[in-house]
Ligand binder design. Sequence first.
Ligand SMILES: [Zn+2]
Length: 277
Amino acid sequence: MARPISPFPFPPFPCAISPCPRLPLTSEKGISVLLELLLTAAVGMAMGQTMDLLWGRFYTGEEVLVALYRCAACRAPIAPVYALPFAAGILWAEGACPQCGEALPARSVILPSASAVLFLVAYAAFDGNVGAALAGGFFATIFLTLAFTDLETGLLPNRIVYPGILIAVALCWAWPSTSVLAIFAGGGVAVLIAAAILLLSRFFGPEAFGLGDVKMIVLMGFVLGVPAVIIAVFIGTIAAGLGAGILLLTRLRTRSDYIPHGPFLALGAVIALFLAA
Ligand SMILES: [Zn+2]
C-alpha cells in the first residue's frame, strides 16, 4: 500500500517504525509498562507500610505475636482502615492518636512513600525487569528501615538483619546484574571488611563502630555481591565522614556524641544496588 504523503518532516502516522517510538503509551508495550509501574509502586508502598506497622516488634524484648496496633504509645488494637498507608495521617485529628493523644511519627508517612519511590527507582535501574525491581525495592526498603531504626534508637535490630541475610542468600540467583558466585564472594568480603573496620575502630573508642554495623555490612555483602559491596561501604564511609564533619562544624554534635553509621551505610548500599543494576 502506498504511504500517504505527509507535510511534516517526520514519518507519517501510522509511522513506518514498529512499534512507533513516538507513541509509547498508546502501544501495548506502553500500557504494560504503566501497569508494571503501578504494581511496583503499590508493592513498595505496602512494604513500607508493613515495616512501619511492625516497627515495635523489630526490637528484641518486644513480643512478636501481638495484635496489630497503629499507636505505639497506647497500642490500642488497630481499626482495619489504619492498615492502609497514610490513613492515620489523614483521619487522625491533628495527626494525634484518638485514644491517647500521641502524635503519629513522621516515619509513618515517610516509610510508605519513600519505599514506593525506591521500588520505582529499582524498576528503572533494572530496566523494567519486574522480578529484579521487586527484589531491589525490597532490599532498598530494608536498608531504609535500618537507617530509621538507627536514627531513632541507635540500633540495627537483629530481627531485621538476620532474616534479611537469609532472604538475600535465598534470592542470590535472582539478580540479572550479578552471579551467585559474586554474591557469596560479597558475603565473604563483607565479613573481612567489617572485621577490619571493627579492629581499626578500637582506636577511636568502643562506641565508634558497633556490632550492629558489622552485621549490616554482612547483609550488604549478601545483597550486593562483589564488587558492589566494596563501593557501598566506600560511599557509606565517605558519607559518614562528611556527615560527622558537618555535624561537628555546625556544633549540632560534639566529639563525644554517638553518630549512627546505619543511615550512611544504607545510603551507600542503595546507591551501589542501583548503580550495579
Ligand atoms: Zn495512642
